[in-house]
Design a protein around this ligand. Structure first.
Ligand code: SF4
Length: 248
């Protein structure tokens, strides 16, 4: 899976505002996530939207909905080059199983890595900077041609994600969180109903799975994302709510 060339003819210049996001929120209030996605992916956002997935513990639910609506929707995966091998294998197996036809893999810019993380250890002393060059910048590059994208965030995952809306406008781009109001039981039920495969690390105590150096098992009673960046005052990777800062 080679990194695709940027397609200039797909670039759409529409700018989404918070008022647009609120209008979408009202329009789709009460519409179940699968039906909402089907309407959007085959309607006004057809050909103008990508799904972003980490192929983590619960990613199969969103990807199944996307594939059911339109398997040709581009699915963006950022390989930080610090991923678990299990995640890469799961990504390929799940993409095959769901029939995704346009899985796009983006990587950090090797020139940036040479300048700012030559030893590959920036995660250990500056995880914000590491996420910026390994996640945020590649994703910004990947989304350059899309005015809208789909995220798998869920409101229950962490204190920072409660009251998550289904539609947001961020830097002029529409971000859709179809699973914003889904809880663990609903996700488990969807996995069972569609016989979806689980990420192999989930059974080993990883309810939230990111890069290998920054993900540890979660103990009973802990927040599902407690195993991410354990020991650091950090709960998000920076792709939500922030943009790429070339000074980092
Ligand atoms: S999760 Fe860790 S290894 Fe991955 S990009 Fe962020 S700081 Fe770096």
């Amino acid at each position: 899976m080679a990194e695709p060339a940027r397609l200039l003819d797909t670039i759409d210049t529409r700018v989404f505002t918070p008022a647009d996001a609120a209008a979408f929120e009202a329009e789709y209030a009460g519409v179940p996530a699968p039906a909402m996605l089907a309407a959007l992916l085959t309607g006004e956002l057809a050909g103008r939207i990508a799904a972003v997935s980490s192929f983590g513990a619960e990613s199969a639910v969103l990807l199944h909905m996307v594939a059911a609506a339109d398997p040709d929707v581009p699915v963006i995966f950022t390989n930080t080059q610090k991923m678990f091998g299990d995640t890469l294998a799961y990504r390929d197996a799940l993409a095959e199983r769901l029939g995704l036809t346009d899985l796009r893999v983006y990587r950090p810019d090797p020139r940036v890595l040479r300048q700012r993380d030559a030893a590959g250890t920036r995660w250990s002393y500056d995880p914000d900077g590491c996420c910026a060059i390994r996640k945020v910048e590649p994703l910004a590059r990947a989304l350059a041609g899309f005015p809208a994208w789909i995220s798998g965030r869920k409101g229950f995952q962490a204190g920072t994600r409660t009251a998550l809306p289904r539609f947001e406008a961020e830097a002029g781009r529409l971000k859709i969180n179809p699973l914003a109001d889904w809880d663990k039981a609903a996700l488990d039920a969807y996995f069972a109903a569609h016989d979806l495969p689980r990420h192999p690390l989930e059974a080993q105590g990883y309810p939230s799975i990111g890069c290998a150096p920054c993900t540890s098992p979660v103990r009973p009673g802990e927040d599902p994302r407690a195993g991410r960046w354990r020991g650091f005052d950090k709960v998000e990777c920076g792709i939500h709510g922030g943009g790429w800062d070339p000074q980092i």
